[in-house]
Design a protein around this ligand. Structure first.
Ligand SMILES: Cc1cc2nc3c(=O)[nH]c(=O)nc-3n(C[C@H](O)[C@H](O)[C@H](O)COP(=O)(O)OP(=O)(O)OC[C@H]3O[C@@H](n4cnc5c(N)ncnc54)[C@H](O)[C@@H]3O)c2cc1C
Length: 350
């Protein structure tokens, strides 16, 4: 009989995993408690980049780039834009080394040249340019995956996983499902499900909000930008991108004590709003300071760019803070492991 995998969670990671399983001719069903792509995968866009601190993650992103290109071809519309990514701040040099080790194209500048097109008047160098980076169209990615997966996504909350001798029972609001393997890609919900099979994920959460503003020149197309210079305020870095024509999205990485879970969502969101508007007014040029959209999520605290997996018997759990860019590769890795009955091999976390 054909092997059957239950994937828990229809965010970008769960959908990518189900997509890869189905493409391999394996059986998969995805259980989703809420709206597919509605939790940590929500919002208009994400940044794709090869640039990482670790050459293993650079190489893994390069594998993902190949799959993003394949998905674009199959979807019939571009899923990753060609804006490029600029990384400023002290990490630029280390990340350039990792890119050299992984053998991917990049350019390291000593100075932040205005020709790079960043929406600032001046900034200390160095700056690293990742020509393969760009903006991921998140809703189009979700539409593509859902169309490919079809009716194998079920609206159902999973509350228990039980491992038996040669099968697994997945207990959900719609009943008990017998499967051969389980991939838990349930974002925040993974903590509780993983603990049932004695896998313990980091539990610390933080509140995070990304804000969108209008570019004063609606035809401007700055590159995606990761700014680690902390030149506006010490302890605050940012990621920024053209989320749609004329719209500029900014996420500030705030000190842990500002984003910490115990402060409550409302207080963190309000403080983040004030900070980001001051930042736009004081540090950026060409960006109007009125907020036109917000995306909130609960995020795993203090996790960098790594992809984390843990496996016990037939159950694999995947987690991380920045998984969207790697999602096609993660899906393929998890599907290959499920099909070959091996533990998935992923690059080390940063
Ligand atoms: C504002 C913002 C900006 C970001 N920027 C970037 C970026 O530029 N680049 C990048 O690579 N990443 C970025 N990320 C991170 C990236 O989006 C996430 O890491 C990724 O989307 C996580 O996907 P996921 O499938 O693991 O989780 P999710 O999308 O959270 O999916 C998990 C799903 O599981 C479901 N679920 C939970 N519990 C259960 C249960 N018990 N039963 C059934 N279903 C359940 C949830 O409803 C949810 O839909 C950003 C995130 C945010 C919020």
């Amino acid at each position: 009989m054909q092997m059957r995998t239950a994937v828990i969670g229809a965010g970008v990671v769960g959908l990518s995993t189900a997509y890869a399983l189905l493409r391999h001719g394996s059986e998969a069903v995805v259980f989703e408690t809420g709206t597919p792509m509605g939790a940590r995968s929500a919002g208009s866009s994400r940044i794709f980049r090869l640039a990482h601190a670790d050459s293993g993650l650079v190489a893994y992103a390069a594998a993902a780039a190949g799959l993003w290109a394949d998905w674009t071809h199959r979807a019939g519309n571009r899923l990753v834009g060609q804006q490029t990514v600029v990384v400023t701040g002290p990490q630029a040099e280390d990340w350039a080394v990792a890119m050299t080790e992984a053998g991917v194209d990049h350019t390291l500048y000593d100075e932040v040249d205005p020709a790079l097109g960043l929406p600032v008047s001046s900034l200390p160098g160095p700056a690293l340019v990742d020509p393969a980076g760009g903006v991921i169209d998140a809703p189009a990615t979700g539409r593509f995956l859902r169309a490919a997966i079809g009716n194998r996504v079920r609206q159902e909350h999973i509350h228990r996983i039980e491992v038996h001798d040669d099968w697994v029972s997945v207990h959900g609001s719609g009943g008990v499902h017998e499967v051969d393997r389980v991939v838990v890609a349930a974002g925040r919900g993974s903590l509780e499900l993983a603990a049932q099979v004695d896998l313990y994920l980091p539990t610390e959460l933080a509140h995070h909000v990304r804000f969108t503003f209008r570019l004063k020149d609606s035809d401007a197309a700055p590159p995606c930008w990761l700014d680690g210079t902390q030149s506006w305020r010490s302890g605050i870095s940012s990621y920024q991108q053209l989320s749609a024509p004329g719209l500029w999205s900014i996420g500030l990485n705030l000190p842990p004590e500002v984003e910490e879970w115990e402060r409550g969502r409302d207080q963190v969101v309000e403080e983040s709003r004030e900070l980001v508007r001051s930042y736009v007014r004081e540090a950026l040029v060409g960006v109007a300071d009125e907020i036109v959209a917000e995306v909130y999520c609960d995020a795993p605290a203090a996790l960098g760019d790594g992809v984390h997996v843990a496996t016990t018997g037939p159950v694999t759990v995947v987690w991380g803070a920045n998984l969207f860019k790697h999602a096609p590769a993660i899906g393929q890795t998890l599907a290959n492991a499920a099909i070959s009955d091996l533990s998935p091999q992923l690059p080390h976390a940063e």
